[in-house]
Design a protein around this ligand. Structure first.
Ligand SMILES: [Cu+2]
Length: 439
């Protein structure tokens, strides 16, 4: 009651600080729903947040706090993980590590302090191979407080689905084939749940395009045809120097923010955005330019990468940890994906201290793909196969290719037990998870 009164007073007395002082309350209800794909007579039964696929895009201002009440109306437990957010460990959404699973009919409230502007996303961390594939995922955007030059902020959640001939979701998850290979790749690719959607832009417009890979396993290599773009952020954080967007692998979990100017002379044109990961590039979406007369393009000063970590600080480090990634027999599916020969929930953990410098090396001893994600931190890629990496940005997910060795550097910032795992859901569920214990 008193808190409410204070909030009301603060709205009356200090309207300009109201957004920072108040807490945005959001409801997320995981539940069965219907989603119409274009080629089928009947809508597909999906699992959704709030009957939407993808779930609602949550937006909050940097510095604000949001509370998200999750009401589980599925017939099985769930949780929500906030991919990329550096938050209180108790809010990280990992059942068995940071919380108990949310049982059917139960509620759990996540309080999230939005400290850093950027592009994030949310998804379950329970039976994730099935829950994500059935449609549970959404985007979370933390908005910059300053005025921005973009007249449109396009958010594209890239996904794929494995649908049967009648439009139902292929009901077997973590199959032997998925486990032996690179997880579950679908046969229908969608942007925001739609097939090849068209977005309308106008000549001279400056737009921001946020790409989020929410697929279970598919890697995307988005390419803009005939349109120049600059990369301004990777995995939520501003890059240290903006660079042209040209051949970027977006692994499950990765995000990229692009700055695009629609050429003033492009009135009436349509630009295709294709996925170049397949031999025959396929259309993901298109940007249709209106025939309006061009507007003046606003100038753009790239945001500063405030806490960008220089790679040189990892020349000498307090600790190194090596995780060997490989398939072994065992686990709940008979085929396990291991980190140092351990299958989750057994794990060979890393113990680290806040503020120290660490190097972690992922050695992929297999011939499969492993996009490795670490919760609650961002890191620099230092080396690939012993050669210094040139990446003017930080990440929270890095693709470790077949037989590849990738070394990263990071400085732990928050207490707690932070999961690190392969973001190919089948691999994670077959054991490829461990933790970084931070004190
Ligand atoms: Cu993997």
């Amino acid at each position: 009651m008193i808190l409410k009164l204070i909030l009301i007073l603060s709205l009356v007395i200090a309207p300009f600080s109201a957004s920072a002082a108040s807490t945005q309350a959001i409801q997320l209800t995981p539940q069965e729903g219907k989603h119409a794909f274009p080629f089928f007579d009947t809508p597909t039964t999906v699992w959704s947040y709030n009957d939407q696929v993808p779930g609602p895009t949550i937006r909050g201002k940097k510095g604000s706090t949001i509370s998200v009440e999750v009401f589980n109306r599925l017939n099985e437990p769930t949780s929500v993980h906030w991919h990329g957010l550096r938050i209180d460990n108790a809010m990280d959404g990992v059942p068995g590590v940071t919380q108990d699973p949310i049982q059917p009919g139960d509620r759990f409230t996540y309080r999230l302090k939005l400290n850093e502007a950027g592009t994030y996303w949310y998804h379950p961390h329970f039976n994730a191979g099935e829950q994500l594939e059935r449609g549970l995922k959404g985007v979370l955007i933390v908005e910059e407080p300053e005025p921005l030059p973009w007249s449109q902020d396009l958010v594209w959640l890239l996904d794929d689905w494995r649908l049967d001939g009648d439009g139902t979701i292929f009901p077997r998850f973590n199959t032997r084939h998925d486990l032996m290979h690179d997880g579950r790749w679908g046969n229908v690719v969608t942007i925001n749940g739609k097939r090849k959607p068209e977005y309308v832009v106008s000549p001279g417009q400056r737009i921001r395009l946020r790409l989020i890979n929410g697929a279970n396993a598919r890697i995307f290599a988005p390419a803009l045809e005939g349109l120049a773009a600059n990369v301004i952020a990777v995995d939520g954080k501003p890059v240290s120097n903006i660079f042209p967007f040209n051949g970027f692998y977006l692994s499950p979990g990765n995000r990229i923010d692009l700055d695009i100017v629609i050429p003033p002379e492009a009135a009436g044109k349509t630009f295709l955005v294709k996925d170049a990961i397949t031999r025959e590039p396929s259309v993901l979406a298109s940007l249709a330019v209106t025939r309006d007369s061009p507007t003046e393009t606003p100038s753009f000063t790239p945001p500063t990468a405030e806490d960008f970590i220089p790679a040189s600080i990892f020349n000498d480090v307090e600790m190194t940890k090596t995780w060997d990634l490989n398939a072994i027999r065992g686990g709940k599916y008979g085929i396990g994906w291991s980190m140092n020969l351990k299958l989750w929930p057994a794990s060979d953990n890393a113990d680290v201290k806040i503020g120290k410098r660490y190097r972690i090396t992922f050695v992929n001893s297999s011939t499969r793909l492993h996009p490795m994600h670490i919760h609650g931190v961002f890191f620099r890629v230092l080396e690939r196969n012993g050669t210094p990496a040139v990446e003017p940005f930080t990440r929270d997910t890095v693709l470790v290719g077949p037989r590849e060795t990738v070394t990263i550097g990071f400085v732990p910032e928050h207490h707690g037990i932070w999961l690190t795992h392969c973001h190919i859901q089948s691999h994670a569920e077959a054991g490829m998870m461990s933790t970084i214990r931070t004190e």
